[in-house]
Design a protein. Structure first.
Length: 319
């Protein structure tokens, strides 16, 4: 069954001079996708969600949206200390109070005094209000920026059940590996301005990452070995060429040979030296670039899927 495509992004870049936050990122999001977005703080995760939700525009690239996205930002600690009431928060986010109230009762079996201060709510209660406010917009795609912050175990379980029951797609930023294990079917790793897409939950991601790094290291070692061999061949060729030129100079003084014969040997030695040296130099340059690419391979996005073999249940890495 072909899933409806919600988001198509091609070569998305985003710069805040002099830093490049995103660099030529491409991806698709389809109905039913459950994506965990991970990466170091400051790597651009929030920026990516804002671009998908059309709050922020990319510096370059193309993004097509065929859904109703809703971005839920991080719970601002200042919000807890503000004088906003629940009703104020709902109005500020352009939702109808009665709609939010109905969603809270139906989805979360909860009700609140909308005149109470937001600062009086627990992390779990605020999360419910925020999600219900978002659902009032009938989104197809939820973009959740670290919703697990400030949640206790019970609130995490409520969030987990809600996400698994959600009929659309979602991308969630979280630093909680256990939570991602339960709710993610893809892991997007944002690193050095690129996205690497790993199939499976967080535990699968960790194993795939290990297998990928081991494979990359083997390739790097093979490329380094090849480079050393080529450099050795070049040194041998330089010494051989030097001996050939020396022989040519000696033969130039051989009066038993004609000028034409002497010129022939000198030209052949010189031509041979140039052709072989140029060929080896080109191969060395290519091998050096290959080693360099393998050292920085994690900067490029790849798509890796981990699957189970039906007979033994072992997991293998495939492209």
């Amino acid at each position: 069954m072909i899933k409806k495509t919600y988001i198509t992004a091609k070569n998305i870049s985003y710069d805040i001079a002099p830093r490049k936050i995103l660099d030529g990122v491409s991806f698709t999001v389809s109905k039913g996708d459950r994506i965990g977005l991970i990466g170091k703080n400051g790597s651009g995760k929030t920026t990516l969600l804002k671009i998908i939700s059309r709050i922020t525009h990319p510096s370059s690239g193309f993004i097509e949206t065929k859904c109703r996205p809703y971005y839920l930002p991080q719970v601002d600690l200042l919000l807890f200390a503000s004088n906003l009431t629940v009703k104020d928060y709902i109005k500020k986010n352009k939702a109808e109070a009665w709609t939010v109230k109905a969603i809270l009762e139906r989805k979360f079996d909860s009700s609140f005094n909308f005149n109470s201060r937001v600062s009086a709510l627990s992390g779990g209660e605020l999360m419910k209000v925020c999600l219900a406010t978002g659902l009032a917009h009938s989104p197809d795609l939820l973009l959740l920026d670290e919703p697990t912050n400030h949640l206790d175990i019970l609130a995490l379980e409520v969030l987990r059940k809600f996400l698994l029951d959600f009929n659309g797609a979602y991308i969630i930023i979280s630093h909680d590996p256990l939570f991602l294990d339960h709710i993610a079917e893809q892991i997007w790793e944002l690193h050095d301005s690129k996205i690497t897409n790993f199939g499976g939950n967080y535990s699968y991601y960790k194993e795939q990452k290990r297998l990928y790094e081991e494979s990359r290291e083997r390739k790097r070692e093979a490329a380094t070995k090849k480079l050393k061999k080529l450099k050795k061949s070049l040194r041998v060729e330089i010494r051989r060429s030097a001996r050939s030129e020396k022989t040519g100079r000696i033969m130039a003084h051989d009066r038993s040979m004609s000028k034409m014969e002497i010129g022939h040997f000198k030209n052949r030695a010189s031509a041979s030296k140039g052709i072989i040296k140029k060929g080896l130099t080109t191969k060395i340059s290519q091998a050096e670039q290959q080693v360099k690419n393998l050292k920085s391979a994690t900067k490029r996005g790849v798509y890796i899927i981990l699957k189970k073999e039906p007979d033994r249940g072992r997991r293998t890495l495939i492209n």
